[in-house]
Design a protein around this ligand. Structure first.
Ligand SMILES: Cc1ncc(COP(=O)(O)O)c(C=O)c1O
Length: 148
């Protein structure tokens, strides 16, 4: 992780960082993909969709079971979404991963495992929606390895 900022609200953070952060802005180019989890928070989902659509890219959703019974189900669905994003010569440039979901409530996402997969699959940047992470579980931001 290169930097850490504190925002009043998580939604404000995603609205600010996605369009304006120079490290991220050139990340997405036309016809490339971003992958997010099905259980992403609504407002953050919209920020991502607006950013990606304006750049001419596509958002791929990793479908998750309900209820989630194991980390391996999440990892497997995430891998499938990355593969879908790489069809037709496209690249997955960005992933957005929640740490602890709110709908459904309280699913602890294996962020570290998912982030580890990203460079292996050619993903450039990883954005973690950390709402609820701090406070629910021990968080070592360096160890998690997200970009922001
Ligand atoms: C997973 C998740 N992400 C983002 C948010 C948005 O947080 P904020 O209200 O700080 O913008 C919430 C709010 O509950 C949330 O549950």
């Amino acid at each position: 992780m290169n930097f850490c900022s504190r925002f009043q609200a998580d939604t404000k953070m995603s609205n600010t960082y996605l369009p304006e952060k120079p490290e991220l802005s050139p990340t997405l180019i036309s016809d490339d993909d971003a992958v997010r989890l099905q259980y992403a928070y609504g407002a953050v989902k919209k920020s991502l969709e607006a950013y990606v659509t304006l750049a001419g890219g596509y958002v791929i959703e990793a479908q998750l079971p309900f209820p989630v019974n194991s980390d391996s189900e999440i990892v497997s669905e995430f891998r499938k979404a990355l593969q879908r994003g790489k069809t037709n010569g496209r690249k997955v440039r960005l992933t957005m991963i929640d740490h602890v979901t709110s709908v459904p409530a309280g699913v602890l996402i294996p962020v570290k495992e998912l982030i580890k997969i990203c460079p292996e699959e050619g993903v450039h940047k990883v954005f973690v929606d950390g709402a609820h992470g701090i406070g629910c579980v021990d968080v070592d931001m360096k160890e998690i390895g997200a970009d922001f």
